[in-house]
Design a binder for this molecule. Sequence first.
Ligand code: SF4
Length: 502
Amino acid sequence: MTQEREIFSLSKSRFIQGLQCHKALYLHTHNPELADPVPPSREAAFQVGFEVGELAQGLFPGGVFIPYDPDNYDGQVARTKAEMEKGTEVLYEAAFSHDDVFVKTDILRLGRYGWELYEVKSSGSVKDYHVPDLAVQYYVLRGAGVAVSRVCLVHINNQYVRNGDLEPDKLFTIEDLTDTVVEMGDFVKAELAKMRETLKGEIPSTDIGPYCTDPFDCDFQGHCWRDIPEDSVFTLRDRGVDKFALYRNGIVRLKDVPLDTLNSRQRQQAEFFLGKKEFTDAEVLKSFLDRILYPLYFLDFETYMVTIPLYDGTSPYQQVPYQYSLHYLEHEGTVLGHYEFLAEPNVDPKKDVAANLCREIPDNACVLAFNAPFEIRVLRELAGTFPRYKAKLERIIDNTIDLAVPFRSRQVYHWEMNGSYSQKVVLPLLVPELSYANMEVADGMMAMDAYFTMCESKDPQEIAEIRSNLLKYCALDTLGMVRILERLQEIAKNGGSIKGKE
Ligand code: SF4
């Protein structure tokens, strides 16, 4: 390809990028060095997409695979053409080119009325942005002379429950989008023309907008958002004022926002941040603390969520607990006890988690969790999976209290929380001596990645190190809850600042 043809050639992914933002398409083509470093989550998502794509091929087995070759697009197109001419009826990753647009189709099958195109996605439903993805493929295939009779999206059926070997016909749902896609031919043609005009011209003057993260995180946020200050209107939490409307009106910093345009929570956030204020509703806090009884158990789960269920009895995207930490106090003022659990690599952890928790938490225990709806959801799923533990797990659920409530409802609020009530923000504020800084595993995503690294590792030393890091991290979550509760009790009794002494 000549340099010029390379620049004005497009692909399915560049078309989707251009629909999100022409500037992103332009920068990708002319200034790729301005892109943010590729986040590890991108590689993980790519791997999931690859595995899901391979599994979906099981819906139409026996096809011929056309390998991707970034240095030889024409060769892939020629190989596809040759396979179709020789009578191959199912193709995986077939390649086509038309109007200088190159596309690969996940699955192409010769049906009774023509070629059927199947695009495979690892989401649990059809999303708006899937439609132009299919439309550009249809445009190219039709233009290349392929008689396409059906255009479908294949997505994950999130109601599927694994039972033995994976069954592609149950794991996937096929949605026929032919009519919608066919109607978009003119739209695709017009958008392609606009994108080529953009690529030929100067860098677009597009300013930041909601499209920087919707439908995908743009690769150029570091570049385009570089002048947005830390105390900007974009730090405002919750739904409420249109932050981009403020920005477009020249209101960038919190100090410049007219407070009467904000709802009560956003206004409180801004006022407290600007005035460096804090607030405690001692009476409401005391009523909350009065509900907490002994024996008292502090529970935190670590879970993984995968698209393709690994074990029987689990569904796509289910939160599967592989670890928990459980600190406990039998009576007020007694020595703190601790239980913990971390699954062995490559073993279904659910039953051991359910059995151990039922053994360790007494019937009359009060259970504290930070953001308890998450822990309750996991307990409920365990109760649904194991009838033997159902009654006990339901008792635990009934006895669970959410330690995040005083922070979420802002009975206890400090300007440094800046609208957040996450434990990662609350803990270092109230208990500065406990912190996630310098920990090898410092958040839930890192914990999940570490757990899967441990599952893949064959090195006993590496496995031991990861185990130790995971146990330290999860234990800090529940020890943090113990200390947060102590600080809340102290504040309710003696008053004083929410912020703990360094
Ligand atoms: S960060 Fe926003 S404005 Fe910049 S290229 Fe991406 S989508 Fe466009």
